[in-house]
Design a protein around this ligand. Structure first.
Ligand SMILES: Cc1cc2nc3c(=O)[nH]c(=O)nc-3n(C[C@H](O)[C@H](O)[C@H](O)COP(=O)(O)OP(=O)(O)OC[C@H]3O[C@@H](n4cnc5c(N)ncnc54)[C@H](O)[C@@H]3O)c2cc1C
Length: 309
């Protein structure tokens, strides 16, 4: 008989897992808890909402198989592996038979003094749909010139916004690109009308302004923090699972507890990259395992990154 499966986290990885469980013949109960107050959506397309190219509804993922129970707006705060219980933020307690953690990633934010002040600029982290709501009028400062920040600055520049990209490295995407490729990207940003401040950090926020670490002020109606993300291991730690940079899993996506699996951006596995394709591969492999098949997961050997520039 198919085991009852409980999934914590309702992003693209969890969504694909539930679809593939049905595909591979799992017919036991499936329950999904998602902290966000909406069904799973395609997080990789958030930039298209931010720059106004797509309405937020276009990011919706397909329907789940009938019978899957989804609890949105419900954050699980603790796992008790000994008694196989979950606790939620409203005090609810939920037993589980087989647990899957799909808690994704959380943004890494820079220390910014004055950022608690509610006056302008509008400070956003474009990691969720509310954070990626279309940008209003006025100058935009994008902090962080990695892949996501560079794409964001470029897209908003092309959409006609007055954009400055602030990046601590010597050139945008300096961890991914050599000097020559970095110069090409800087040129493309310039063509899109983006001003680039390299070798600089934002250190404080004032009314309508960002303070750089050399003391200069940049006008800002909107501040977008694109300063990276890391695996969300908060819940895994409550269960005392083995955690390194992410939740440690084996080639069947088992954690250090035999009744708990994990997949997607929250895990650490050899060759794993925080991409949609990787999350979907893992979802299919885990669905095979949990449906009684052989779901050994082999990560892709290569990942091709194509910046949207
Ligand atoms: C701006 C941006 C652009 C991107 N662009 C690309 C791209 O172009 N190509 C690409 O391949 N990838 C891209 N990615 C990465 C891609 O979106 C991720 O790899 C993918 O979303 C991973 O899915 P996931 O389900 O593992 O995690 P997530 O999408 O992070 O979803 C995890 C979900 O779990 C929920 N959760 C966490 N903890 C709990 C809890 N305790 N209780 C209940 N729910 C919880 C979270 O609220 C979240 O909804 C991008 C990501 C971002 C942020």
């Amino acid at each position: 008989m198919s085991p009852a499966i409980t999934v914590v986290g309702y992003g693209p990885a969890a969504h694909r897992l539930v679809q593939r469980l049905h595909h591979h013949g799992h017919r036991g109960p499936v329950t999904v808890f998602g902290a966000e107050p909406r069904p799973a959506y395609n997080r990789a397309q958030l930039l298209s909402v931010l720059d106004g190219t797509l309405p937020s509804g276009a990011l919706a993922l397909g329907p789940l198989p009938l019978g899957a129970e989804v609890r949105t707006g419900c954050r699980i705060t603790a796992v008790d592996p000994g008694r196989r219980l979950l606790r939620d933020s409203d005090g609810g307690v939920h037993p589980y038979e087989v647990l899957v953690l799909a808690t994704g990633s959380r943004p890494v934010l820079p220390p910014l003094s004055g950022a608690g002040d509610r006056r302008l600029p509008d400070i956003r982290v474009p990691h969720t749909l509310p954070g990626a709501a279309p940008v209003g009028r006025g100058p935009v400062v994008v902090v962080g010139g990695g892949l996501r920040g560079t794409e964001t600055a470029y897209a908003l520049g092309r959409a006609g916004h007055d954009v400055t990209l602030v990046h601590p490295g010597a050139r945008p995407m300096h961890r991914l690109l050599d000097d020559r490729a970095g110069s090409l990207v800087t040129g493309l940003l310039g063509e899109a009308g983006v001003a680039v401040e390299t070798g600089r950090r934002a250190v404080a926020v004032e009314t309508g302004k960002i303070v750089l670490d050399d003391g200069r002020l940049l006008a800002a109606g909107t501040l977008l923090l694109c300063t990276g993300a890391e695996p969300d291991t908060v819940l895994a730690r409550t269960a005392r699972l083995a955690v390194g940079h992410g939740i440690v899993v084996d080639d069947r996506l088992r954690t250090s507890d035999p009744h708990i699996h994990a997949l997607g951006d929250c895990v650490e596995a050899p060759g794993r990259h925080a991409t949609l394709a990787s999350a979907w591969d893992q979802a299919d492999a885990l669905a095979r395992t949990l449906s009684g098949g052989d779901g050994r997961h082999e990560p892709a050997r290569q990942v091709v990154v194509r910046p949207r520039l």
